[in-house]
Design a binder for this molecule. Structure first.
Ligand SMILES: NC(=O)c1ccc[n+]([C@@H]2O[C@H](COP(=O)([O-])OP(=O)(O)OC[C@H]3O[C@@H](n4cnc5c(N)ncnc54)[C@H](O)[C@@H]3O)[C@@H](O)[C@H]2O)c1
Length: 354
């Protein structure tokens, strides 16, 4: 088991990673006034662990599983429940679940009485490698993803691979989506991905790569906690197009859209000569090792227009973080027309099997 620390002026965040982290660190929470937020699936699998570790009478709010719960409706419901259970300023919100639970409960913790302690216990691969770390909280609002939120560091994150044993295969793929994104940003992660390409879902590999991804994110967040100096936005690789497709189609999960977004954005980078062919081929192979068939979008323009809501945009152009070379990314700005044209070309090439 290893610890990673994010030490920012606002809050020190300790991330405990490894098998056994839950049994070692969660019982300590029983000594505090805690309020648990989880979702219906996680509760079904792990309610006995919650009760065993935190007591049978611990207040729990259970949201319906899925992205639609990342909403103002469930945010207010959680805050109302916290109030009615007499939560004090010294209480701790425990976000026990995937990224949806983490983002929503994190936002509630940052708002209740101007901010109470937050502990994340991520139970999906995606939440373990990415969303539980770094302090971004959010809900979706008026059809726009993550448009309301705060920066609010969890005091502790308990990352235990034991929770992955009940995760559907598709959710493992979603986590791998974010892991491949890290691969495009960090040479060591890229190397590990290439070495393990034949068996990316093995337990030992996932535990090792999770540590490296969290370490990468921790270093980035330490350097640019509030996404101000350009370092943190590199973590957005694949997300501009991914979020736009997610908002438009809502058929797949966040991690899958990130990977599809990364594929389309890699195509753009290669077309614009930002990324060389050899590296593009190798990264493409990694992406398609996780998502076998990248979808063709007949009407990609409708989705692309949603990219104008992306928080990176500072003018009428669409800002993208694209792969450049091993461990290196670049920010580019395209007019909406140019962006749509390149996405359409990528989709047409995919359709022709190129
Ligand atoms: N804050 C950030 O920095 C950040 C970064 C990346 C993604 N996100 C957000 O994270 C969300 C996606 O997170 P996610 O992929 O974890 O989705 P999720 O929370 O919806 O979980 C995916 C599914 O897995 C189920 N599940 C969770 N843990 C399980 C377990 N151990 N066993 C069985 N089933 C389990 C859930 O009930 C759900 O059905 C998106 O809303 C995205 O915007 C946030």
């Amino acid at each position: 088991m290893k610890d990673i620390i994010i030490d920012t002026p606002a809050q020190k965040s300790v991330i405990h990673c490894g098998e056994g982290a839950f049994e070692k660190y969660a019982p300590g929470l029983a000594l505090r006034q805690v309020f648990v937020v989880t979702d219906s699936n996680v509760f079904a699998w792990y309610r006995h662990d919650i009760w065993r570790v935190l007591g049978g009478d611990v207040p729990i709010y259970i949201i319906p599983a899925g992205e639609p719960s990342k909403s103002i409706r469930y945010l207010t419901a959680i805050l109302r429940e916290m109030l009615s259970h007499g939560m004090k300023r010294t209480c701790t919100v425990v976000a026990f679940g995937g990224g949806v639970v983490g983002d929503l409960a994190g936002l509630a913790a940052s708002l209740f009485m101007r901010g109470v302690r937050l502990v994340q216990i991520p139970t999906t691969l995606l939440a373990q490698v990415d969303s539980s770390v770094g302090g971004k909280t959010a809900i979706d609002f008026e059809g726009v993803k993550n448009v309301i939120g705060t920066f609010y560091q969890p005091e502790e994150v308990i990352v235990d691979p034991r929770f992955l044993s009940t995760l559907p295969d598709r959710e493992i793929r979603c986590g791998l989506g974010e892991i491949v994104k890290y691969g495009a940003l960090n040479s060591r992660i890229y190397e590990l991905l290439l070495q393990n390409k034949a068996d990316l879902k093995s337990t030992a590999f996932l535990e090792e790569i999770t540590y490296h991804c969290i370490k990468h994110k921790a270093d980035v967040v330490t350097e640019d906690e509030y996404d101000l100096n350009g370092v943190r936005k590199t973590l957005n690789l694949g997300h501009t197009t991914g979020h736009a497709l997610e908002l438009c189609y809502r058929k797949k999960s966040h991690g899958e859209y990130v990977l599809i977004g990364a594929y389309y954005e890699l195509y753009i980078a290669e077309k614009l000569n930002i990324c060389g062919k050899n590296y593009a081929d190798s990264l493409r192979e990694l992406i398609t090792a996780v998502i076998k068939k990248v979808p063709v979008y007949e009407d990609v323009a409708t989705a692309a227009k949603l990219a104008k809501f992306d928080k990176k945009n500072t003018d009428a152009n669409v800002s993208l973080i694209v792969p450049q070379s091993e461990g290196k990314s670049a920010e580019i700005k395209l007019s909406l027309e140019e962006y749509i044209k390149l996405l359409e070309e990528c989709s047409a090439d995919l359709k022709e099997g190129k």
